[in-house]
Design a protein around this ligand. Structure first.
Ligand code: SF4
Length: 378
């Protein structure tokens, strides 16, 4: 039975028909040797300012001291309950956080700081985002055009428009500038068409889909178009934010396999998911978030047995809450950003908590080929 993280950390069964046998997983990063870090995040903090009833201004620390790295050729899954900061992390990486968010900490991509300017320049090309819902597709635009537009909307593919009055003038029409501009447009149009055909072939989309609107596509086809639009460029870093909820098992498997294949081809893939079994099955490593911070980074292989190889009490509790591991409930709820406890954020729910745990926030440290934020980790 597969399981997914629900809102309150409890787990509920997913589709029993899921094929999670390791034999069907495409190549994992180990087969490519160890890769260099493509994305490194250190002590990321995100604060959101907003107004409560009565126009009182409130500042919420929604992410704090969040660290992780993703190597080229590696797929890393981010798991955690709703409200643990998973989607905000994705938005921070892509530079698409709402205007009321303040970000601090370190983010580097390919060894250079990932500044807002760099995010804007690389977004859609080197940095790809696969959103949660096919509602992101434009319902009024045919599928093929959406993919071509995704290709052409990138800065290096844009041809600056000459002004209307310029274009209307006879002298302009006969000028070399007009000819150059026309040729450049033709070239980009041809490249976009070729890119669309190539990506359609890669994701098994029939050429007829080119002329269909999203509402004419099945859920699986629409999802493929969405992935094709996101990955029409050869992205080096792919962030997939819950790409599978609400889909049937065949589409879930297909979507995750496509992402795994991109990692196999050398991309770094960050998979944000509630589905622990899918994370373990497809990702090389699993990073666990709790109340906006990283509590553990483990190899997928560490999720085995009774969880002896896991490091953090929260990760162990999640593992033991799975139906096949005893269905042991984890009491309490994740703290709200407005009421974070002092010291370890997990202390109010932790059976191993000692007085020292409440004194200060434990540091994330290397531990048994992984990382953990717990002073009593064994
Ligand atoms: S630091 Fe203490 S309270 Fe926090 S997880 Fe570890 S044992 Fe539990």
């Amino acid at each position: 039975m597969n399981t997914m993280l629900a809102h309150n950390d409890q787990l509920h069964p997913a589709d029993d028909s899921a094929d999670y046998s390791r034999a069907t997983v495409p190549q994992r990063a180990d087969q490519y040797g160890r890769h260099s870090p493509l994305l490194e995040i250190g002590q990321l903090a995100v604060r959101m300012e907003h107004y409560t009833r009565g126009l009182h201004r409130q500042s919420l620390q929604v992410i704090s001291d969040l660290s992780l790295r993703v190597n080229a050729g590696e797929m890393v899954a981010i798991v955690g309950a709703s409200g643990s900061g998973k989607s905000l992390l994705a938005q921070a990486i892509l530079g698409i956080l709402p205007a009321n968010a303040a970000v601090s900490g370190k983010m580097t991509y390919a060894g250079e700081p990932l500044t807002p300017e760099r995010q804007a320049r690389l977004r859609g090309t080197e940095l790809a985002f696969v959103p949660q819902s096919v509602a992101s597709l434009n319902p009024l635009m045919k599928a093929g055009k959406q993919v071509r537009l995704a290709f052409r909307s990138q800065p290096e593919e844009r041809i600056p428009d000459d002004s209307r009055s310029q274009r209307a003038s006879r002298r302009y029409l006969l000028s070399s500038s007009a000819l150059k501009s026309w040729r450049a447009r033709l070239k980009v149009k041809r490249q976009a068409g070729e890119a669309q055909q190539s990506v359609f072939a890669r994701y098994g989309l029939d050429p007829r889909v080119d002329r269909q609107y999203p509402h004419e596509l099945s859920g699986g086809m629409a999802r493929r178009v969405l992935v094709a639009s996101a990955l029409v460029h050869e992205a080096r870093l792919i962030v997939a934010d819950e790409p599978t909820p609400g889909l049937d098992q065949e589409v879930i498997t297909e979507t995750l396999r496509h992402l795994r294949e991109r990692a196999g081809a050398g991309a770094a893939v960050l998979l944000i998911t509630h589905d622990i079994q899918a994370a373990i099955r497809y990702a090389d490593r699993v990073v666990v978030l709790y109340a906006g911070t990283t509590v553990e980074a483990a190899l997928s292989e560490d999720f085995t047995g009774a969880g002896e190889r896991l490091r953090h009490p929260y990760t162990k509790a999640l593992w033991r809450a799975l139906p096949e591991n005893g269905f042991v409930p984890l009491p309490g709820v994740q703290p709200h950003p407005a009421a974070l406890p002092p010291g370890c954020l997990f202390a109010p729910r932790c059976s191993m908590a000692s007085p020292e745990c409440r004194l200060e926030r434990p540091l994330l440290r290397s531990w048994r080929a992984g990382e953990v934020r717990c002073i009593h980790a064994t």
